[in-house]
Write a protein that binds this ligand. Structure first.
Ligand SMILES: Cc1cc2nc3c(=O)[nH]c(=O)nc-3n(C[C@H](O)[C@H](O)[C@H](O)COP(=O)(O)O)c2cc1C
Length: 201
């Protein structure tokens, strides 16, 4: 019996059919051809509140995730994260970082941390769990290599992967895409995506 790998793509782009949407769709196509089941979550369609910094969710020890005092669709999203085998974590680079909607999502991942009031910093509840895999996706106006090294986006996407218990198996950082109102994913990137997607399955 073959086991179908479940991939959850979390997309922090603000617009339909931008480079982030196109990258994820191209990755999903390859993954599905390789037998994976892909679910795409558009954060722009997810009404998630801001973290209150109350840390109620971080007080009890152990690997079980904390409980957030806010009841919105974040609980549903956490269930999706927990039941997925691997992830695509994606956000465009805006002002040198992930978009605000992605950052808002990241901060609500506080439930993945044990951080009582008498401790200086958090411990990640998933630190010892068997690692899942994550591909990171971003884009920017600057050349991709520069964006990847000098903007905060890669670091933030990596931190998201670490928090949810995933190891990063690749980063797709597409640069020079902001000179057209409706950019098309360059052919060279589509070619890269074919090999890149297979790292998840
Ligand atoms: C408000 C805003 C801020 C941006 N900041 C940067 C930036 O700091 N560096 C950069 O290279 N590109 C920047 N860009 C370009 C975006 O990274 C680019 O348009 C985006 O990656 C496209 O993603 P999308 O097609 O999924 O919307 C910015 C764009 C906007 C609208």
């Amino acid at each position: 019996m073959t086991i179908m790998i479940k991939v959850l793509a979390i997309n922090g782009s603000y617009r339909d059919d931008g480079i982030t949407d196109q990258s994820i769709e191209a990755l999903a196509k390859v993954l599905e051809l390789n037998g994976a089941k892909v679910e795409i979550v558009l954060l722009r369609e997810y009404p998630i509140e801001f973290c209150l910094n109350c840390r109620a969710c971080t007080q009890q020890p152990g690997e079980t995730l904390g409980e957030c005092v806010i009841h919105d669709r974040m609980q549903e999203l956490i269930e999706k994260i927990e039941s997925a085998d691997s992830y695509i974590l994606a956000a465009p680079t805006n002002f040198g970082s992930v978009t605000s909607i992605f950052k808002r999502f990241m901060e609500r991942l506080a439930v993945y941390a044990y951080w009582p009031w008498d401790m200086n910093g958090p411990q990640f509840r998933k630190a010892r769990a068997p690692k899942k895999k994550a591909l990171l996706v971003s884009s920017c106006a600057a050349p991709g290599a520069l964006g990847r090294c000098f903007f905060g986006t890669s670091k933030q996407l990596k931190m998201t992967a670490k928090t949810i218990g995933a190891e990063v198996v690749g980063t797709l950082f597409t640069g020079m895409i902001a000179k057209q109102q409706h950019p098309k994913l360059p052919e060279r990137v589509r070619t890269r995506i074919k090999a890149f997607a297979k790292r998840l399955v």
